[in-house]
Design a protein around this ligand. Structure first.
Ligand SMILES: NC(=O)C1=CN([C@@H]2O[C@H](COP(=O)(O)OP(=O)(O)OC[C@H]3O[C@@H](n4cnc5c(N)ncnc54)[C@H](OP(=O)(O)O)[C@@H]3O)[C@@H](O)[C@H]2O)C=CC1
Ligand SMILES: O=C1O[C@H](COP(=O)(O)O)[C@@H](O)[C@H](O)[C@H]1O
Length: 595
């Protein structure tokens, strides 16, 4: 029978109630008994006793910065209970945590799929950056796990090549890298072999040296392997006495049914609060800042509605094609790859009502309300495109279908634009336009907010004929070269009265000397700290798929042929017609100051 990764209530950072008492703890503990393996319980009871005697505090590291999450776990020198909201509808569990746990506990991070592209490119470098910044606990170990046969030394060689990405010019980088690499180990194994995961467990235990063990598994493997890994890790490599969490990479299914099935299978082995579904766009600095900008500046929030905003644009473009990932991409396409997750998540954050607090559940409750209020997507509100080969300046660029992993007659869109609507009082009738494409002329991700005309504008005649160009526009450039700028109308200095378009510009590299951490650093740190705010809850995922699945089915059933656009161009003209239909002009096509 399959065992579950559900371990004793974990030390996740959520809020606590000072009035919670040990009695509550005992009650919840009794409830917990009914669904835990007995072998875990005696260990846990002894942990509670040892935790009760502990007194030290620990430092907040997760990205929330919200005092409720950061709070000390002791009250008047006595241990107090900490509420852990697992997921909506589930019982609240109270848990005792203490600094002693931090000091005496170990953290093991296992990167499953360690030989892969994402692990090398993002996960190991992010872990190193966290180590460099002193954000990892004292006792941590990193394990790579994959089928490829590697020794510890070979893993270290492999990852050392990419570790330097943002830290390399810093002080003591080499020393730090050596120290980090000494903490990295490797276990080769099959993804569906409990025996091989038992071997991993043995090695993890050696490193944990009898201390309380917290284990994080990062599933950096193709999605068809997720469930096997979770099953094997659950049966053979879950922590016996600390928490066990699993970060799951996208794609979380390819439609409502497959996503529901994946969630159902994962939940055979995991509680919802052990599953960290990553959407790395939520870890990007400017996306994080969206709520700060809105909720902590008086000048924005009053304007944040249909009364002042004409349309919102969420734009993603890459100046390269699917090179090397054609096999994956052809099964998903740009709508699943970018829109259903990254852009929709930004939309939900952008449009949500003020959450009760900054706690993960409060924020995710608001996001899910937005997603569930969305008008069903119609085929006529979407256009799709696919890049074709193109020669420019003596160089030739491939068509999407030139990829050997892509069928010649593939109809998979590499570009899509869509108009979405939120049927609620705040946003009724306001188009949220999304545009996402590969092999376009530029690499960029941005949020554009176009405001309405100034009623009865006294300076109307000073703008020339194009009044539309004279409306305010707020741009959050997520990447590259992070910036927030507001387009305003301004008097050109001089004796006459001529107005022009200027920008109030907050260019991050000019304002902040600090490097911007990679999204994966923030997200890994949050998963370690148990901060779930930036991870996708299962009901959010369901709502996101419910919005896109009918459209995706229709596109596929009707075999809608994508409009071809040349590699390196601005995409299909259909995107302009779509915008025009909703009385919108794409903001990224104007004369941008920072293009
Ligand atoms: N790469 C990226 O930029 C991004 C990736 N993702 C997601 O992250 C996850 C990992 O991505 P990425 O590293 O690119 O993936 P890879 O295709 O590089 O796969 C990772 C590892 O999984 C193993 N693997 C690959 N294919 C199979 C297979 N068919 N059966 C069994 N094992 C296999 C391989 O290891 P071995 O053979 O050694 O076992 C491989 O090194 C995926 O879910 C992907 O969709 C999400 C966002 C961006
Ligand atoms: O999730 C994905 O994101 C990347 C783009 O991420 P970025 O952080 O480099 O903007 C995209 O290339 C990939 O297709 C998609 O799966």
């Amino acid at each position: 029978m399959a065992t579950r990764l559900m371990t004793p209530p974990s030390s996740s950072s959520t809020n606590f109630s000072p009035s919670s008492s040990f009695n509550n703890e005992a009650k919840l503990f009794t409830r917990f008994i009914s669904r835990s393996r007995k072998s875990c319980l005696s260990t846990w009871v002894s942990q509670i006793h040892s935790k009760m005697n502990a007194k030290k505090h620990f430092r907040l590291k997760s990205s929330n910065g919200h005092p409720l999450n950061a709070v000390s776990l002791h009250y008047d020198g006595k241990p107090i209970a900490k509420e852990n909201i697992e997921s909506p509808g589930k019982e609240r569990q109270s848990i005792l945590i203490s600094e002693a746990e931090k000091g005496e506990s170990t953290l093991s991070i296992t990167v499953v799929g360690a030989s892969g592209d994402l692990a090398k490119k993002k996960i190991f470098p992010a872990l190193f950056a966290l180590f460099y910044e002193d954000c990892l606990p004292e006792n941590f170990t990193v394990f790579g796990y994959a089928r490829t046969k590697l020794t510890d030394e070979e893993l270290r060689n492999m990852i050392s090549k990419t570790l330097t990405c943002r830290i390399d010019k810093r002080e003591n980088c080499e020393d730090k890298m050596d120290q980090f690499l000494k903490r990295c180990f490797y276990q080769a194994g099959q993804y569906n072999s409990e025996e091989h995961f038992s071997e991993l467990d043995k090695k993890l235990k050696e490193k944990e040296d009898g201390k309380l063990s917290n284990r994080l598994f990062y599933l950096s493997v193709p999605p068809n392997i997720f469930v096997d890994v979770v099953r094997c890790a659950s049966c053979s490599a879950a922590s016996a006495n600390g928490w066990t969490r699993v970060i799951v990479e996208k794609p979380f299914g390819r439609d409502s049914e497959s996503s529901g099935e994946l969630t159902r299978c994962l939940k055979q082995y995991l509680n919802e609060d052990q599953i960290f579904r990553i959407d790395h766009y939520l870890g990007k600095e400017l996306v994080e800042n969206l709520s700060v900008l809105r909720f902590s500046n008086l000048v924005f929030e009053p304007l944040w509605s249909r009364n002042y905003i004409r349309n919102v644009q969420l734009i993603f473009s890459e100046d390269f094609g699917t090179e090397g990932r054609g096999g994956y991409f052809d099964n998903y396409g740009i709508i699943r790859d970018i829109m259903q997750n990254h852009l929709l998540q930004i939309l939900a954050l952008f449009a949500m009502e003020t959450p009760v607090s900054l706690d993960a559940e409060d924020i995710r409750n608001e996001k899910v309300k937005v997603l569930r209020s969305m008008k069903p997507l119609q085929l006529e509100d979407v256009i799709v495109g696919q890049y074709k080969g193109h020669s420019k300046g003596g160089r030739s660029y491939p068509a999407y279908t030139d990829d050997p992993m892509v069928p010649n007659d593939s109809l998979t869109p590499t570009f899509a634009a869509a108009a979405l609507f939120i049927n609620n009082a705040r946003w009724d009738g306001i188009p949220f336009l999304m545009k996402a494409g590969k092999a376009l002329h530029t690499k960029r991700a941005e949020i554009r907010v176009q405001f309405r005309h100034v009623p009865g504008n006294l300076y109307k005649r000073n703008f020339g004929t194009d009044l539309d160009k004279a409306t305010n526009e707020l741009v959050l450039r997520v990447q590259p070269d992070e910036a927030i700028y507001l387009k305003i109308n301004n008097k050109v200095p001089g004796l006459g009265m001529r107005l022009d378009r200027s920008d109030l510009n907050l260019l991050y590299r000019a304002r902040y000397r600090k490097e911007i951490p990679d999204a994966y650093e923030r997200l890994l740190l949050d998963a370690i700290e148990g901060e779930r705010r930036l991870f996708i809850r299962s009901d959010e995922l369901d709502a996101a798929w419910a919005l896109f699945t009918p459209l995706l089915k229709e596109l596929e059933e009707k075999k809608i042929v994508p409009e071809l656009y040349p590699y390196g161009s601005r995409g299909p003209v259909g995107a302009h017609y779509l915008a025009a239909k909703h009385n919108v002009r794409w903001g990224d096509l104007g004369n941008e100051m920072y293009e």
